[in-house]
Design a protein around this ligand. Structure first.
Ligand code: ADP
Length: 495
């Protein structure tokens, strides 16, 4: 006889991140954390999500209410206080906003006028200490704390130390997710004092890195489990080429390192009933996509031409993203009948480079510098091809958004891009994009030539589009993978 299976018990999870969509965002971290918390709550778990209360949030989100709790946090020689704001955006999900004006009521999240705040390590060590306090004192007693990126990197150590030396019985397990190993939160050694932890954790297998403090390293070294945002990136970061100096430690922790591909929140990234899109479309009704393309061309001041292939990119303009390869390849390819749109911001010389390109080719290139969430949807929907030539890419979201929007991604074969996009050489039947390998403008230009050839074959083009639109990266599956990781840590068996 089969034993009756009772549903698995809901878990109590505290998630912490420096940015959370829709409250604050500079990149994919915000999207991922928001969706993770949302889908874990939807799956029945109790979820708390901690993030800083940045400038303007109380005005933009009236639902954030004061919580009767003052955190008193030692930070080296001084004690800082913070209050907490709470919001409950959906059943079982509580947001906790750390309100500390000196640290978080600022013009930018991490930078102002392109300059990093010099006290970023202080700000996020403080934030991590608040997370540890909440983890310890929240009445619903979180059993797993899931930390994201260097900003929260010291929290696993704070929690373990209190378990070992400060009578925190049944302290929660910790999971630390690397979203981008290139940003590690490095600081001079003396800033370690802000943790008020004993110096014996400050060693080559712990928080120390070439004599300084490295917050990302602390997270990797002391968390119970380390994850990253795609299987291929999980393998890549254990090599010197991608390990950013931490590959040795990551190899040492390989037994607890897992790559879990991010999902897409298809309630937001949808081609119908999407408030950001001018024209809805579906795989059976691609005429709506063409209408959106014409509207996008008009919106950006390009001649509206349904038959001209339209390429696009939405990106931080940083070396990682290979935007220099785009500038180089377009220089070579703009003689062809094509148009290109860019939405992004970042390094000044890239912004200037794209602006100059648009000035030289006003009928072919449109550039919008800055951040614009609605326009990002319209670009994803209106373009025929999406360029993402990253030098490395932990996961990347835009290639997945492109697929859903019937826009064919052209990507460098690295990290999550390689995990998501299928090139015709890999599988002709299931092909949904174009991959190239060499990080050069010439290789990207060659991939763009392939795209132009594909565009000239409407049947093949539609085959790619339909494959892309059918691909399913829904968050339900991703959240289940994280749940399996949490249950393993808690000794609740297999995935
Ligand atoms: P990363 O996190 O490395 O910046 P991802 O592809 O993982 O790259 O995620 C980037 C996210 O930020 C996507 O949701 C993308 O649409 C968004 N994004 C980036 N730049 C802009 C911008 N200028 N305007 C609107 N959205 C942007």
């Amino acid at each position: 006889m089969k034993a009756s299976l009772s549903p698995p018990r809901p878990l109590r999870l505290l998630v912490a991140s420096a940015e959370v969509h829709p409250y604050s965002k500079t990149g994919g971290l915000a999207d991922m954390v928001a969706a993770l918390a949302k889908f874990l709550a939807k799956a029945g778990h109790r979820v708390g999500l901690v993030t800083p209360l940045y400038r303007g949030l109380r005005d933009r989100f009236a639902e954030i209410k004061p919580f009767d709790w003052e955190l008193r946090v030692p930070l080296g020689g001084r004690t800082m206080t913070a209050t907490v704001g709470v919001a409950r955006p959906r059943p079982r999900l509580t947001m906790y906003f750390i309100d500390q004006p000196e640290f978080f009521d600022r013009a930018g999240l991490y930078t102002d006028h392109r300059m990093e705040y010099s006290d970023n390590p202080e700000r996020y060590i403080f934030f991590s200490r608040c997370v540890a306090q909440l983890a310890r004192h929240l009445p619903w007693r979180p059993e797993v704390v899931h930390l994201h990126d260097w900003h929260t990197g010291v929290a696993p150590l704070l929690i373990r130390h209190q378990e070992w030396h400060d009578a925190w019985f049944e302290a929660p397990k910790t999971c630390f997710t690397i979203h981008n190993l290139a940003y590690q939160g490095q600081a001079p050694a003396w800033k370690y004092e802000l943790t008020n932890l004993p110096w014996y954790y400050f060693h080559a297998d712990g928080a120390e890195f070439y004599g300084g403090l490295n917050l990302m390293k602390s997270g990797i070294a002391f968390a119970d489990v380390v994850t990253t945002v795609s299987p291929r990136y999980a393998r890549e970061i254990t090599t010197p080429e991608f390990g950013c100096g931490l590959d040795g430690l990551l190899r040492a922790r390989e037994n607890v390192l897992t790559g879990i591909l991010n999902g897409v929140d298809y309630e937001e990234w949808r081609t119908t009933r999407n408030p950001h899109l001018t024209h809805p479309f579906t795989p059976r009704y691609l005429a709506g996509k063409t209408a959106g393309k014409l509207a996008l061309q008009a919106e950006l001041g390009l001649p509206p031409r349904a038959d001209t292939p339209l390429f696009g990119t939405i990106s931080r303009l940083e070396d990682q993203k290979g935007v220099d390869l785009i500038l180089g390849a377009l220089g070579e390819m703009l003689g062809h009948d094509l148009q290109y749109v860019l939405l992004g911001s970042g390094q000044l010389h890239y912004e200037q480079g794209f602006r100059a390109l648009a000035e030289r080719h006003p009928a072919k290139v449109a550039v919008r510098l800055g951040y614009n969430g609605g326009l990002a949807h319209r670009i994803e929907a209106g373009c025929d091809f999406y360029l993402m030539p990253s030098r490395f890419e932990p996961c990347g979201l835009n290639q997945m958004y492109s697929l859903r929007y019937g826009t064919i991604p052209i990507v460098r074969a690295t990290g999550g891009l390689a995990d998501v996009v299928r090139d015709v050489r890999e599988d002709a039947e299931l092909a949904n994009g174009i991959q190239f390998t060499e990080p050069t403008s010439a290789a990207l230009a060659k991939a763009i030539r392939k795209a132009l050839a594909l565009y000239a074959e409407p049947d093949a083009l539609e085959h790619y589009r339909r494959n892309g639109m059918a691909a399913d990266f829904s968050w339900e599956a991703t959240a289940e993978r994280y749940e399996a990781v949490y249950r393993r840590m808690l000794g609740e068996g297999a995935d």
